[in-house]
Design a protein around this ligand. Structure first.
Ligand code: HEC
Length: 137
């Protein structure tokens, strides 16, 4: 005999399968690259990862980025915070790539004119500023 409970649980199961199928593409999108960075960007290795690079990056950040993203990376207006996801989950090469090209139409300048070394040092600094990680310590 098919009980009411059986019908109920079968429908719940069907709805869950439906939701899973529907949500799967969203999960896939979340796993995709930071700001659609190409795989070649993700593979780039940061040659400037030392503590002194992070210190240099901090100064460069204050000089070039803080006026929009905030002196504590907290974000100001349209310029997002940089001390949390998605930036902190991005690969170093993806950040380097995005900083290099910018997003002119939404107000993020291109930093292609900064020497490569300085762009990597900024990436190193940004990655040292994960507030969630710092709080967990
Ligand atoms: C003139 C203001 C301005 C300056 C200066 C600036 N940015 Fe931005 N930045 C923005 C805006 C606005 C966005 C959002 C663009 C978007 O989402 O399309 C952004 C986005 C970003 C993002 C992507 C964040 C995310 O969550 O997707 C990163 C990383 C970033 N900026 C890093 C930097 C760095 C590093 C510097 C300094 C070298 C810098 N920015 C300087 C305005 C600025």
């Amino acid at each position: 005999m098919i009980s009411r409970a059986h019908i109920f649980f079968t429908s719940v199961a069907l709805v869950s399968v439906g939701a899973a199928l529907w949500l799967a593409p969203c999960a896939a999108a979340q796993n995709s690259s930071f700001r659609n960075a190409p795989a070649s960007a993700a593979e780039m290795k940061n040659p400037y990862k030392s503590a002194s690079s992070a210190a240099a990056g901090k100064k460069l950040y204050a000089l070039n980025c803080a006026q929009c993203h905030g002196s504590n990376l907290q974000g100001i207006g349209p310029a997002p915070a940089l001390d949390r996801a998605p930036v902190q989950h991005a690969k170093p090469g993806e950040l380097f790539w995005f900083i290099t090209k910018g997003k002119l139409e939404s107000g993020m300048p291109s930093w292609a004119n900064l020497p490569q070394q300085e762009r990597w040092q900024i990436v190193t600094f940004l990655e040292s500023q994960d507030n969630a990680k710092a709080a967990a310590k």
